[in-house]
Design a protein around this ligand. Structure first.
Ligand code: NAP
Length: 247
């Protein structure tokens, strides 16, 4: 159990929600940043009902000044954040030749630049505390590429580079930075991609060595370990959680 404060972006749904619930169950205070403020507050209230301490905040992670305000709010209402999980993400499947410049920029903003902003805003607290944990949720698609998802895969590949570079820069200060590239995990995002015909879930399940699609809790368990004290010698790593698909 810890009494640390963790920020989880996109923590009102799917993988982020599972991470928020797991980190709270492990004794962390949690701050949930999400586009959907009602859903963020609802997850926070549910955590509080179970004895945890949580706040849910409406934040668009592509808005740097909104992030600054939200991080300041976390310091005031909980404590200085020393755990950051950059999880908010979005993908809009589209054939490559139909992708607009705006869609490309939006994907980079949500999936990559937001992680840069959050790291810059929270790292000073971690440096002052001499301890920090950053986990960036990337995607198993960075191993293979993915048709129809080039803006998303490009942004997530950038997240891997950000992770490795920050790990080298901040390792001596007690701060670890790792990335989890999830395989197919059963969340609203995956269901939406399946509904649009870009993923055949039965086919992907058949191709998965452990014989099932992942659960958000699979990612949350790995994240919980990476933010623990015990994981202090693991940094700059890409820890695949994918049922054995990408080895
Ligand atoms: P999800 O259920 O759609 O959850 C993503 C959450 O992020 C949603 O609550 C969403 O809010 C929020 N969000 C999106 N844009 C945001 C923004 N600009 N500011 C703040 N919050 C924002 O998706 P998920 O599957 O759990 O995905 C979580 C992470 O895992 C993402 O980074 C995703 O790329 C990655 N991932 C997922 C899979 C998979 O199979 N599920 C595989 C590989 C990687 P709204 O719902 O209001 O938009």
């Amino acid at each position: 159990m810890t009494d640390r404060t963790a920020i989880i972006t996109g923590g009102a749904s799917g993988i982020g929600e599972a991470i928020a619930r797991r980190l709270a169950a492990d004794g962390n205070m949690v701050a949930i940043f999400d586009l959907d403020g009602d859903a963020a507050e609802s997850v926070a209230a549910s955590i509080a009902d179970r004895g945890g301490k949580a706040v849910g905040l409406q934040v668009d992670v592509t808005d740097r000044s909104a992030l600054e305000t939200a991080v300041e709010d976390v310091r005031a209402r909980l404590a200085r954040p020393t755990v950051l999980v950059n999880n908010a993400g979005m993908s809009v499947p589209s054939p490559f030749l139909d992708i607009t410049a705006d869609a490309w920029q939006r994907s980079l903003a949500v999936n990559l630049t937001a992680a840069f902003d959050c790291c810059q805003l929270v790292l000073p607290d971690m440096i002052d505390e001499g301890w920090g944990r950053i986990v960036n949720i990337s995607s198993s698609s960075v191993h293979s590429g993915s048709p129809g998802l080039s803006p998303y895969v490009s942004a997530k590949s950038g997240v891997v580079g950000l992770t490795k570079s920050l790990a080298l820069e901040f390792g001596k200060l007690g701060i670890t930075v790792n990335t989890i590239p999830p395989g197919f995990i059963d969340t609203p995002m995956l269901r939406n991609t399946v509904a649009k015909g870009f993923v055949d879930l039965d086919l992907q399940t058949a191709k998965t060595p452990v014989g099932r699609i992942g659960r958000p809790e699979d990612i949350a368990a790995t994240c919980a370990f990476l933010v623990s004290d015990e994981a202090g010698y693991i940094t700059g790593q890409m820890i695949g959680v994918n049922g054995g698909r990408n080895t």
